[in-house]
Design a protein around this ligand. Structure first.
Ligand code: PLP
Length: 371
């Protein structure tokens, strides 16, 4: 168990002391070929055992308070190898959340072919989890903060439920980040991230992360090497660099998201704002009890439907109209227009707060809503 505060961990967690070669920045080992040691083992990039990859794994394990970690070529690679590590043909998955569209597509387009069955259930409704449970259920998957509806389920209850029924618990912690919540602390077995988002934070690489016990991560790493989706050492180096400022960035994003959500909530041209930091959010009390901050993402709907949503997105000057989240630059996304998730209102806008000055962002929204 790490006792340092997150700001300290983000800088020092998993860093070798004394540092390699005396350099406070861990070097990039780009090599693919290593002399075979006495045990016959040699590092290999596809296995994730190159020294730069292992350095990143130790950093990630420290930040999520896990025994071990692996880094993959994308967030979807992380989620899919984590699922493959716990599910085989004939097994059943309980998927509790509104879910990122890519995760949903993975299940709808590939689960059947793999011999997996699944039930999609409400993350906050433990009766629905119990009803979905079958003798062949082997895993429970949820999201800390769902994307894009920003719901917060009963996370300790979910981990407990999985343990009681001897099934693996997996969680996508992308929207929260370990600054806000560390799912292993309530008993989740495997924590996944799209590190493309806040963990790297600079919108300049794609990566994924899975953390867990040594034993579980060994299984994940075995699937990862079979599918050949380990993160390249150069990207591993960049991600390790991005992690140093994670706490600072996420705290500023939280301040910005909170200010924009509060401003929008009081505006007569806004019909609905969803952000777990707002007292009116249905999961606010649960999020407050579990989290340190509420993350960077909020969803809202303007008065006037899809046309008003398009007009508002076009009138904003600072946020890019782009699909992603967690980076240093604020983004607005018309989620349903991108088909990211089924059944969403067609006027829903997702806002991912960057690290700009809070007043500038609020002023930009004020000006766009006056137009
Ligand atoms: N999980 C969540 C919550 C996401 O928002 C995303 C991407 O938007 C992913 C996973 C997939 O990540 P990647 O694009 O790195 O594969």
């Amino acid at each position: 168990m790490n006792t340092e505060r997150f700001e300290t961990l983000a800088v020092h967690g998993g860093e070798p002391r004394p540092p390699e070669g005396g350099s406070v920045v861990h070097p990039i080992h780009q090599g693919t070929v290593y002399e075979t040691g006495p045990g016959g083992d040699a590092p290999y990039i596809r296995l994730g055992t190159n020294p730069t990859q292992r350095h990143l794994h130790r950093r990630l394990a420290a930040l999520e308070d896990a025994e071990d970690a692996v880094a993959t070529a994308s967030g979807m690679a992380a989620i899919s190898v984590a699922l493959h590590s716990v599910l085989g043909a004939g097994d059943h998955l309980i998927a509790a959340g509104s879910f990122y569209g890519g995760t949903l597509r993975f299940l709808t387009e590939h689960a059947e072919r793999l011999g997996w069955t699944y039930d999609l259930v409400d993350p906050a409704d433990d009766h629905a989890w119990r009803k979905a449970l079958r003798p062949e259920t082997k895993a429970f998957l949820t999201e800390t903060i769902t994307n894009p509806l920003v719901q917060v389920g009963d996370l300790p209850g979910a981990a407990r439920f999985a343990r009681e029924h001897a099934i693996a618990s997996l969680i996508d912690n992308t929207l929260a980040t370990p600054v806000v919540f560390r799912p292993h602390s309530v008993g989740f077995d495997l924590v996944c991230h799209s590190a493309t988002k806040a963990l790297n934070g600079h919108s300049d690489l794609a990566a994924g992360v899975v953390t867990g016990s040594r034993e579980r991560i060994a299984r994940v790493a075995s699937v990862m090497s079979a599918y050949g989706c380990a993160l390249d050492p150069h990207a591993a180096f960049l991600l390790s660099r991005g992690l140093k400022t994670l706490a600072l960035r996420v705290r500023q994003q939280h301040a910005n998201a909170m200010a924009v959500a509060t401003f929008l909530e009081g505006h007569d041209r806004i019909a609905d704002v969803r952000y777990p930091g707002l007292a009116a959010h249905p999961d606010h009390r649960r999020a407050t009890a579990l989290f340190d901050g509420y993350g960077s993402v909020l969803a809202f709907r303007p008065v006037g439907g899809a046309a008003a949503a398009d007009e508002l997105v076009a009138s904003l000057r600072l946020p890019y109209a782009a699909s992603s989240l967690g980076g240093v630059e604020s983004l607005v996304t018309r989620v349903s227009a991108r088909g990211e998730a089924a059944g969403l209102p067609d006027d829903l806008i997702r806002f991912s707060a960057g690290i700009e000055a809070t007043d500038d962002l609020v002023a930009d929204f004020a000006s766009a809503l006056r137009d």
